[in-house]
Design a protein around this ligand. Structure first.
Ligand code: FAD
Ligand code: SF4
Length: 600
């Protein structure tokens, strides 16, 4: 029986996986498909995309027409059925409250975690991104190269389905032929951005997102992904056949009940469950990893949220995949006489070097896009095109005044009107009303293009989390306290984003909405708010300065692995989830190989 209650766990498992999002889903998939018996413990409730996804509802059917509220920060229909910026009964502490010193922590408490909602932007880190210190002397090199991860990027892209093109650009890796799905057609505004940004030397290429622009090749991919494993091939084939192609109509952030985009709940967990080797306990809040007398992890202790009682689960291997900061929290709360400062923390680096993505936005209104003929541009919901970082050479030559780059995500087009359509037009209409206002709304609808920079943050000593000495959550588990500080590199990068976006908007013949912020410290979004938090248990080549080795295995505890973003030694501008999954697959292959050698 795959879904168990806490009290029904009896056996010892090969592997205990904590968390069910991108990291936990990929870990359970890789392990189960290759024969391991896995127990997954998930703090959130069970969630069934096929029946719970509000895919087809329209705004008029929702309270307040589906507008954002504190409880549903991405709107009423958002796929995050439990969780958000605040989780009731599960606080976290900030040492500062101001925008510059605050860390906002988004948590999803549900099966599949944030993958039910995420933006599906799936970019590979490039070769430079694994060796940033070697390039400019800042931050840390990873103990692995792009070549170590590339085969796993290939596998994950084939498994989850990612659209995009190969463009041969610097530090923007191509995928092997036949791996990527074709990108969707550009929207009108994409073509305009491409033309006008191109005149400024800013490239615009096909976006890469985990959306099926056509059905996956269920006849050939399973054998490529699981050579010599007929059972896995059969299960994966059936799973791929259940996934439909995108039909260009509904917002991905609500989830996709037809499996046309990647969610752990539609892509990783169904085949893992079909092996019969995955047990899942939901509402299981892991408190700590238990250390045995032999210095190995014995298993974990968790609170069953339905009864409030504490339970233990045992396994030969423990994989933490609870999301970067939560995995750091579990380690810091796992204290013993051998590890009084938290498990696997002999380096003192657990909780250190928390990173987020640098974010700054600007929107333009573009007259040439007004009053276009009626057409629908919902498309694959998210970006069909984007701009990868293009100034590597100038940056390396020290011409920019900041050390790391950013990519640009932009959005426009005539999409399904939402609660905000027609709002805040006064700066264009002069406050029209009645018939004139209706005409104005039609005129300006689809004429806005928004630009969002997503840039690399360099890990620093002042951005970290630790256990608060006083505060506990409603389950009695000590909570995290965050410290946050951007460096001038990030602030200057945010100012550069603002200038670039303003130049592109001007080149499109448009006008900027609001102010172009020259002060990067004011333009930059607060820490954590881009929801790409990474670090807290970074990998490295030296046990004195890092928490895990190149296999995501903790230096201190041989059978304890971390497969989420905690292990990232840097946070490239590329959105992290594809890399999380690639590293998780690689780490689990390592576990499986060690199990076969009877080392575990
Ligand atoms: C609005 C939004 C848009 C995003 N867009 C993108 C994007 O376009 N591209 C991209 O690359 N990334 C994006 N992300 C980030 C992406 O969602 C994360 O990088 C990814 O989900 C991380 O995977 P994870 O498994 O580490 O964490 P999660 O997906 O958060 O999963 C962690 C799971 O662990 C569970 N858990 C936590 N603590 C415990 C515990 N103590 N015991 C048991 N279980 C626990 C949680 O309930 C959760 O289900 C976005 C995120 C959001 C919210
Ligand atoms: S746009 Fe496509 S992938 Fe996204 S939810 Fe709709 S059908 Fe699914």
């Amino acid at each position: 029986m795959p879904f168990l209650t806490a009290s029904a766990i009896k056996q010892t498992y090969d592997v205990i996986v904590v968390g069910s999002g991108a990291a936990g889903g990929q870990s359970a998939y890789t392990l189960c498909m290759d024969g391991a018996k896995v127990l997954m413990l998930e703090a959130g409730r069970n969630y069934t995309p096929a029946t719970e996804t509000a895919m087809f509802q329209t705004p008029d059917q929702a309270p307040l027409r589906g507008v954002d509220t504190p409880e549903k920060a991405f709107g009423f229909y958002d796929a995050t059925v439990d969780g958000g910026w605040q989780v009731p009964g599960e606080p976290y502490i900030n040492t500062r409250r101001d925008d510059a010193g605050r860390f906002d922590w988004w948590r999803a408490r549900m099966l599949g975690g944030r993958t039910n909602h995420w933006g599906r932007i799936s970019l590979r880190n490039g070769p430079y991104d694994f060796k940033p210190y070697s390039r400019d002397g800042l931050g840390f090199d990873w103990p692995i190269d792009y070549a170590d991860v590339a085969p796993y990027y290939d596998k994950v892209e084939m498994l989850i389905g990612v659209y995009g093109d190969n463009d041969g650009l610097e530090n923007t890796p191509d995928s092997p032929a036949g791996v990527l799905l074709p990108p969707p057609k550009p929207r009108v505004s994409d073509l305009l951005v491409q033309q006008r940004a191109g005149r400024l030397g800013v490239p615009v290429i096909a976006g890469h997102r985990a959306v099926l622009t056509r059905r996956l090749d269920a006849d050939n991919l399973p054998a490529k992904l699981h050579p010599g494993n007929p059972e896995a091939q059969r299960i994966l084939r059936e799973s791929m056949l259940r996934r439909a192609a995108c039909w260009w109509a509904t917002p991905c952030g609500r989830g996709c009940s037809t499996g046309a985009n990647y969610q752990s709940t539609t892509v990783h967990l169904p085949p893992a469950l079909a092996t019969g080797r995955l047990d899942i306990v939901c509402n299981a809040m892991v408190r700590e990893v238990v250390l045995g007398a032999n210095g190995k992890a014995d298993g974990v202790r968790f609170i069953d949220k339905t009864s409030g009682k504490e339970f233990a689960a045992s396994g030969r291997v423990v994989v933490l995949a609870a999301s970067a900061c939560e995995s750091a929290r579990i380690l810091l709360n796992s204290k013993s006489t051998s590890f009084p400062d938290g498990l696997a923390n002999s380096s003192g680096k657990v909780g250190r070097y928390v990173m987020d993505t640098v974010g700054a936005d600007l929107t333009g209104q573009v007259p040439i896009l007004e009053n276009l003929p009626l057409h629908n541009e919902d498309g694959a919901d998210g970006g069909h095109m984007y701009t990868p970082w293009w100034l590597y050479k100038e940056q390396l030559a020290g011409k920019l005044g900041f050390a790391r780059g950013y990519h640009i995500e932009f959005g426009g087009g005539r999409r399904m009107p939402g609660p905000g359509t027609g709002a805040k037009l006064e700066w264009l209409t002069g406050g029209s009303y009645g018939l004139k206002f209706k005409q104005d709304v039609r005129r300006y609808y689809g004429s806005f293009v928004s630009f969002a920079g997503r840039g690399e943050m360099i890990p620093n000593e002042n951005s970290y989390c630790e256990i608060d000495p006083l505060v506990k959550d409603k389950w009695g588990i000590p909570v995290l306290r965050f410290h946050w500080q951007w460096s001038e590199h990030e602030n200057r990068q945010a100012a550069h984003m603002q200038r670039t976006f303003a130049n592109i908007i001007t080149a499109m013949g448009g006008r900027v909405q609001g102010k172009v912020e020259a002060d990067g410290a004011k333009a930059i979004a607060p820490g954590g708010s881009i929801i790409h938090e990474l670090g807290g248990a970074i990998m490295g080549a030296d046990p004195k300065t890092s928490v895990t080795d190149r296999w995501c295995r903790t230096w201190d505890v041989d059978n304890l692995y971390i497969t989420d973003g905690a292990v990232f030694a840097s946070n490239a501008d590329k959105n992290p989830t594809l890399t999380i999954m690639a590293l998780a697959w690689r780490a689990c292959d390592h576990i499986l190989a060690r199990m076969r050698r009877k080392e575990l």
